[in-house]
Every structure is written in C-alpha cells, then in structure tokens.
Design a protein around this ligand. Structure first.
Ligand SMILES: *[C@@H]1O[C@H](CO)[C@@H](O)[C@H](O)[C@H]1NC(C)=O
Ligand SMILES: *[C@@H]1O[C@H](CO)[C@@H](O)[C@H](O)[C@H]1NC(C)=O
Length: 406
C-alpha cells in the first residue's frame, strides 16, 4: 500500500510542462523530451514477466530489477518506474538527461536475452514566433520569421493553408526562416516553427506593399476580399492589346467595356482605375455595395464570345483590436475574447505558451470559440487571435492559477 501512496504523490508532483511519450521497446529508438518537462519512456512490456533487467545511461546504472520488484532506481527523486507496463517517467528534465540508454534483459540464470539502446535528446521548447515583413524596392516582400527559445528550430510556411510554392517565392524556400515573396500576393501567411517537442506559429495577412489587397481573378469562380474603405486590385486578364472586346458586369450592370487598349466605358471611374497593359482593375474607398458577383466576357473581332468568368468580391471591415478578459469560476477559468470594433466574420484561435489549446486543457469551448473555460491549475501566456480575410489581430494575457473561488 505504501508504494501506491508514494506513486500518487509523485504523479501529482509532475510539472505541468510538456509531456512526451516514447516507445523504446525497439533497439535504436530516438526519443525527445522537453527541457523542464516530462518524458515517459516505455522500456518493456509488463516487467513481472522479466526475470532480470538492468538499465544504464552512458554506462551508469539507473534501474535494476527483478520482475515487478525493482531494486535500484538511482533517479528516484525525479522519476517513477511502473513495472506493470514497463514505463519509466522522468520529470523536470535537464540537459544532462540526454544521452544513450541501454537496457539489458536476462533470464533467471543471468543469461542475456535482450539488449536495446535508446537515444534521449532534451530540447528547449519554442516559446514564441515573431513575423516581420518589409517591402523591397520592386514591391516584393521580405518576410522573416524568428523564434525564441527552441533548440533546432525547423521552419515552414503556408499561404491560405497551402505550402508556399516556387512560383510565389523569389528567394528562400518553404523551410528557410527568411523568404522573399513575389509581388501581388495576398492571403493569410503563416510561419510555423517546430522542433521535436513543440510547435508554435504566427500569422499575418498579406497586402501589397502599398497596403492594397490583391486578387488574381483570371480563373473562373475566384473569391476576392477587400477591406471596407481600402483598395482592392483585381487582375481580370493579361495585357488587353490582344483582346478585341471585353465587357465586365457587376450583378448584371455594366462596369467596364473596352477594345484592346481603349477603355470605352468605366462607370466606376471616380473610384477606380483600369490598366489595360496588365489587365488590372483597382477600386479605391471600397464600400459594402462593391461586394457582389462580377462577370467578365471576352469577345473576338466578330463579336463571338471567347471566354466568360465570374469572381465574387466580399467586402469586410477589418478587425481593429481585440479585448481579452478572464475570470475565475469555481470549475475553472473563463476567458473571453472579443474583437472590440468592427471585424466582419471574425474567426478565433487560442494558444497557451505558444501551443494551440487542446481538449485536455478545455472544460468548455473549442480552440475556435470566442469564450472558453480552461481547466483549473493552468497558467501561462494566453493569446487570442482574431482574423478575417483581410486582417488579423491578437492580444495576450498572463493567466495564473485560480485560487479560493467559492
Ligand atoms: C502505465 O501505467 C500507469 C499507471 O497505471 C498509467 O498512468 C500509464 O498511462 C501507463 N502507461 C502506458 C504506456 O500504458
Ligand atoms: C499593372 O501596372 C501598374 C502600372 O504600371 C503597376 O503599378 C501594377 O503593379 C501592375 N500590376 C500587376 C499585377 O502587374
């Protein structure tokens, strides 16, 4: 009975730092643990089937046992061995826990029946990620992603959820921390930094270097987004000098009519510019009613239609600021995130100490609701991000463990 009590106390003492699991039952496995966190190493199956076992780190004995009775555990102040499932748990990991561990199994006559090694690597978790963008002379954008903490960081980039491709990159790759993007890209750019024990990301909404949103409407059915009061650049076609006639309607009403390089009608002239040489249509001072379905028809010299495509333009008010409050309830800590002004179709996401919230931390709500209740005993840097298609704003709060709530 005493052994059981001891075990419970040790388990309660486990820090709330990151916990990693590693199945070390094959020879040559690589395991990773978070500095300050906990690693659970599965060394064998039920130890009560094994007459003798001996586990050493770089030659120094750590654990020695017979069946379910382990005789020696030299790391006992920071570790627990559970014979019934052969797991060895180490708390408060330090750098020098890294190294090569060798397990030897013996039969009751002392003959070796098995030997396996595992390599344990201790890494500091990535704690935060900073994204900085800078416009270069030709309108290309240099974006650098830097991380704090984090041993051996590995970078990756996505734009609107897709890995960046060479056609979007002028320099760098999807795995470097500094990239140069080609002109006129838009969307949600995310940089993720990970190592074996953590993953943190940060994001930004790309606009062109002069703050406009760009949309390539040269395919049929594209969705474009513009900021209320801002400017959108719609690429409708390539150079018009080869196009005999083009007609662009919004919800059935004519906006633009032209022949090759000559613009015959532009009913939005006061707020827009059409550039025939590259087929872009720029609308300033966007208003709600600019949203809608636009249809482009191209004709040949005989007036026959050669192409037709539509694009849907959505006008959104940007998220301007985010308010984050928390309150201790008897069951846990309630946190509420609200975009304080404007912000159409806000989407929410949360991180705690850089990691996306998981169900094991949430009593109610999800990583995408604006109100959540965190389980008790959680603390750290809580960040709520609010985004829509044209903006992204976040706010953070240091939360501490709630005490004495009735
Ligand atoms: C091993 O047993 C302990 C105590 O019963 C349990 O908490 C743990 O989840 C088990 N681990 C595995 C890998 O089965
Ligand atoms: C189109 O041409 C204008 C004027 O030369 C230029 O400012 C703009 O960047 C060009 N847009 C694209 C998509 O090439």
């Amino acid at each position: 009975m005493e052994a059981v009590v001891g075990l419970l106390i040790m388990l309660l003492g486990v820090s709330l730092g990151a916990e990693t699991f590693c199945d070390g039952r094959r020879d040559g496995v690589q395991c990773f643990g978070a500095l300050g966190g906990t690693v659970v190493l599965q060394l064998m199956d039920n130890a009560s089937e094994i007459p003798r076992y001996d586990w050493r780190k770089n030659g120094t004995r750590i654990l020695n046992g017979r069946k379910k009775y382990f005789l020696i555990n030299t790391m006992e102040t920071r570790s627990v061995f559970i014979p019934s499932n052969g797991t060895f748990l180490i708390n408060n990991l330090i750098r020098t826990d890294g190294g090569q561990y060798t397990l030897r199994l013996q039969d009751s006559d002392g003959r070796q029946t098995g030997k396996q090694t595992l390599q344990l690597f201790i890494q500091a978790p990535v704690s935060s990620v900073l994204l900085v963008s800078e416009c270069l002379s030709e309108g290309q954008m240099k974006v650098s992603c830097s991380s704090e903490g984090g041993d051996s960081p590995q970078y990756s980039w996505t734009l609107d959820g897709n890995t960046l491709t060479d056609s979007e990159l002028l320099s760098g790759t999807t795995e470097t921390n500094i990239i140069i993007l080609k002109q006129n890209l838009s969307g949600r750019l995310v940089c993720s930094v990970r190592n074996h024990i953590s993953r943190v990301s940060n994001e930004t909404i790309l606009t062109t270097c002069d703050g406009k949103t760009f949309c390539d409407g040269r395919r049929d059915g594209v969705q474009c987004f513009g900021a209320l009061g801002g400017t959108v650049v719609l690429q409708l076609m390539d150079n018009t000098s080869e196009i005999h006639r083009y007609l662009w309607n919004k919800d059935g009403t004519i906006i633009l009519y032209g022949r090759k390089n000559t613009i015959i009608i532009n009913t939005m002239k006061t707020r827009s510019v059409f550039i025939p040489s590259n087929g872009t249509f720029l609308i300033n001072n966007l208003i709600r009613t600019d949203g809608g379905q636009y249809t482009l028809k191209l004709q040949d010299s005989d007036g026959r239609q050669t192409a037709e495509r539509t694009l849907q333009l959505f006008i959104q008010a940007p998220v301007s600021s985010v308010l984050l409050v928390s309150e201790c309830l008897s069951e846990g800590q309630m946190c509420m995130c609200r975009s304080s002004e404007g912000g159409d179709s806000p989407q929410y996401s949360w991180t705690l100490d850089g990691n996306t919230l998981t169900d094991s931390e949430l009593l109610s709500g999800t990583n995408e609701t604006n109100i959540i209740i965190l389980k008790q005993n959680l603390s750290g840097r809580l960040v709520c991000s609010v985004r829509n298609h044209i903006s992204c704003v976040s706010n953070e709060l240091m939360i501490s463990v709630c005490r004495d709530v009735l």
